[in-house]
Design a protein around this ligand. Sequence first.
Ligand code: SF4
Length: 367
Amino acid sequence: MSRKVRHVLGISGGKDSAALAMYMRTHHLEIDMEYYFSDTGKELNETYELIQELESFLGKKIIRLEANSSHKNPFDHYLDIYNGFLPSSMARWCTQKLKLEPFERWIGNDLAISYVGIRDDEDREGYVSTKSNIQSIFPFRKHIWSLEILHKVLHNSNRDKIASLFTEIAAPELLDRYIEIVLEPQSPKYLFSQKLKDLLQLSISTFNRVVFDFLKDENYPISNLNEYSLLNNEDNVDIKKVFQLFKDNGIKIPGYYDEIEFEVNGQKGVYNRSRSGCFFCFYQRKIEWIWLYERHQDLFRKAQQYEKDGYSWMDNETLEQIIQPERIAQIKLDYIATLQKKLIKNKSNKLVDILADDVEVCANCFI
Ligand code: SF4
């Protein structure tokens, strides 16, 4: 017997998850979406403003997930438990305790489809739960499936089953080509990525339908649905379309993305903050720490207060060291030089595009 499936979408405070919420509200109102926000208690004000604005737009409450029930701010609560040990990319307890665990507690044993705002122009996978009752779907991508599902569907051992599913639903004039692609085994000469591309080129919605039908015999949340409107989704949303969604729906882009001019030793540059998340996030580039110091000095000083007992946010220098005038100038000059190199290679001249993928970041906090 089919079980009820919840549809959930996490708002991180970043542009992509906000755009996905707008997209689902305008294109897939038939899906009864539950929106949530895992509050670390240390977000930028712009994030809280965006959440409020989105709530009015969506006409729904965005549920705040509590990481802890103590009266203390969630981040500080866990920092005490970790004896002041600051999180880092190598020891990211913050994501685990403040984002993943509250989310998985909230879902419990329910079946859930989690909608993730990874864009079509990004080459990453984002959060895929290790819990079998939670499945990720990616509406902005050319296809909507996780890599794990795609590998299963296109596995050589499933070729006959997939061929028979295409036989049932493919347009007759394309069937021979489908069978040819499906029956050719993956090998060093015919890679998974090429096989996927060949199938998607013929029809995205047919491919989605075949995957959906294949999953009916598997044990995924989506296996419990009789119909799913996203199967016909042939949109693919890149960064330009994300900004367009904000514009079309009259939602203000969070102010920290604004590019602000600075001058150093006669050279001009622009900086901003490239992502949402905690104001002290250790994923920040050095130029973003300088942005925080120069634009939100109160928050910078608060971040500084956490640096004690030998712990610091960066590996090789403290916040006190980074704000020495000659160090600030050097960081700005290095950043201008890096940007110039990237500008030559990049099609876009927007900072968020240019800098988007140059560091591995936490998909939970920044999408
Ligand atoms: S934004 Fe950064 S510091 Fe905050 S929870 Fe995410 S990874 Fe940790």
